[in-house]
Design a protein. Structure first.
Lengths: 266, 260
């Protein structure tokens, strides 16, 4: 009986080897080759001795941390308030809807909004503040990245808060907690797993948003993702690109480790 | 109490405005006579006409949908049989396969793109439609597995045993018991795979080469050259389509829930 079903699972197993295991192996393998195809450790050497690469990596992590923090600050109250609404699932769906619109289109909208004579500058002029350079700054990059990531942060936090047993909150009030204590002692700790998965869902992609750094950051902001794209598609130095890729993967695992779900259900 | 409630509502209105204003900004300016996204001077359908007259763009839209449909279709078949296989293996092995399955879901898209580029070129694949299709199938399979597996876990093993007891062959059990029960999960998986493919930019950008372009890649290269209201017109259409897809998806999910 099992034999026949195994047969239909062959494409899936092939996929596991060819598109999950092989690419990782190839990436590691490639990182030991220089641009002329010689086996070398030079890529790692260059990476760890070059101030430019190290600074770029640290910057990239800092940008991702800022984006995650901004997103979290906006999303947590939103998720919390949403759980109290009457038709909460419908409202949640409206939060998710913008994620179905192509990311490039959203970035493109901000080119218009933040542009020299765009809506924001029009408003600033109207207020008598004069035009500012908004596009191609750190601010615009962080703003647009946070804008794109907000729904991915709201969703897990919403689910975590929504799952909290209402009796716990009532019990808190019965024991004489104030509204504020009730939030800090009961709701917030119980929603931490949602916050962790939200941080994970935002931080990791934020390291690699190369299209935003190009369109909105105007090549001023360089992240790990931008550097990888540059090495693979522009300078064709795949070895170095793969090396930076390894750095990105390691960063990813660190983030996943720090934000792993903690089992103890206190 | 009442005032507090007002603050909460005001905050939510602010967030919803933040999320939707840029999208509406984009769509409204698609009708702008002025030809830019700065001042709205008058109403026109000019850019929609230009859009429909732009054969290259129309071709890209068709290609993008064909790609999304094909990749979602193939990924759904592979993923569904993969899920049935995962469900059968022993617990320990199952966990290993599932964590491997999820690798592509958590990896940054740049990494997926770069590693697929190395893979496809090292096995001598020519970059173009075929390579993009392979990449899209590859990153859609884990999504399908994730949508089908919960449904399979819900399934009562006795139903399968009963089918065998009643003399069904293995093939009949599969087509008449297991697959019909999984259908809602399979449809959801197909839908998700379809939208992932439509939305993807980074992976496609890495493996596409010169000859083939999808909508995302085309928007990227046009946006790098500045504003063109044809893109706004296109985004208006894409927005309507997205809403229709979401409605369709929820209708299917709803009827699946009622089946239970």
């Amino acid at each position: 009986m099992t034999k026949k079903i195994q047969l239909s699972a062959i494409p899936y197993c092939l996929w596991l080897f060819l598109f999950v295991l092989a690419p990782i192996a190839l990436l590691v393998y490639k990182s030991f080759f220089d641009i002329d195809g010689n086996v070398t450790l030079a890529n790692y050497g260059t990476y760890f001795t070059s101030w430019t690469y190290l600074k770029m990596s640290v910057n990239s992590v800092i940008y991702a941390a800022i984006i995650t923090a901004v997103t979290l600050i906006i999303s947590y109250p939103t998720a919390y308030f949403l759980t109290k609404l009457k038709h909460k699932q419908l409202w949640l769906m409206l939060i998710i809807l913008p994620t179905w619109i192509n990311l490039l289109l959203k970035a493109y909208a901000f080119i218009g909004i933040f542009g020299q004579s765009g809506a924001v500058n029009g408003f600033l002029n109207f207020m008598g503040l004069g035009s500012q350079q908004i596009l191609f700054t750190d601010f615009s990059f962080i703003f647009v990245a946070a804008y794109i990531e907000i729904p991915f942060m709201i969703l897990p936090i919403f689910n975590a808060i929504d799952e909290i047993d209402g009796n716990l909150i009532k019990a808190g009030y019965d024991l004489g907690t104030t509204r504020f204590q009730n939030f800090t002692q009961i709701i917030f700790p119980l929603s931490m797993n949602g916050v962790r998965s939200g941080v994970q869902a935002v931080f990791i992609p934020s390291l690699s948003l190369f299209m935003l750094t190009r369109l909105i950051g105007g090549n001023r902001v360089i992240t790990l993702g931008t550097a990888i794209e540059e090495h693979f598609l522009v300078t064709q130095n795949w070895g170095m690109g793969a090396t930076i890729g390894m750095v990105l993967i390691i960063t990813m695992f660190v983030v996943m480790f720090l934000t792993r779900e903690r089992g103890s259900k206190a | 109490m009442k005032r507090r409630f007002k603050f909460e509502n005001a905050y939510l209105i602010f967030v919803f405005a933040l999320l939707y204003l840029p999208i509406f900004y984009l769509i409204i300016y698609a009708f702008n006579k002025n030809g830019n996204m700065n001042a709205f001077t008058g109403f026109t359908f000019e850019y929609f006409q230009a859009l429909f007259a732009d054969h290259r763009l129309i071709l890209i839209v068709v290609q993008t949908f064909l790609l999304a449909f094909l990749s979602a279709f193939i990924a759904t078949i592979i993923g569904t049989f993969g899920t049935i296989y995962i469900h059968q293996v022993k617990k320990k092995r199952q966990n290993t396969i599932l964590s491997l399955n999820n690798v592509l879901l958590v990896s940054p898209d740049v990494m997926i793109g770069a590693s697929f580029l190395i893979l496809l070129t090292s096995i001598g694949f020519k970059l173009g439609f075929a390579s993009v299709l392979m990449a899209h199938i590859a990153f859609s399979i884990p999504i399908v597995v994730l949508m089908v597996l919960p449904r399979l876990q819900e399934m009562d093993q006795d139903m399968i045993n009963a089918a065998y007891d009643l003399g069904a062959t293995q093939r009949q059990t599969m087509t008449e018991v297991i697959l019909p029960f999984l259908t809602p999960g399979i449809i959801a998986g197909f839908f998700m795979a379809f939208t992932y493919s439509l939305d993807d930019f980074a992976v496609t950008f890495f493996v596409t080469g010169n000859g083939f372009s999808t909508l995302s890649v085309e928007i990227y290269s046009r946006a790098r050259q500045g504003i063109s209201l044809e893109i706004n017109a296109l985004s208006a259409l894409v927005f309507i389509l997205s809403i229709l897809l979401v409605i369709g998806y929820y209708m299917i999910m709803r009827s699946a829930d009622e089946d239970k």
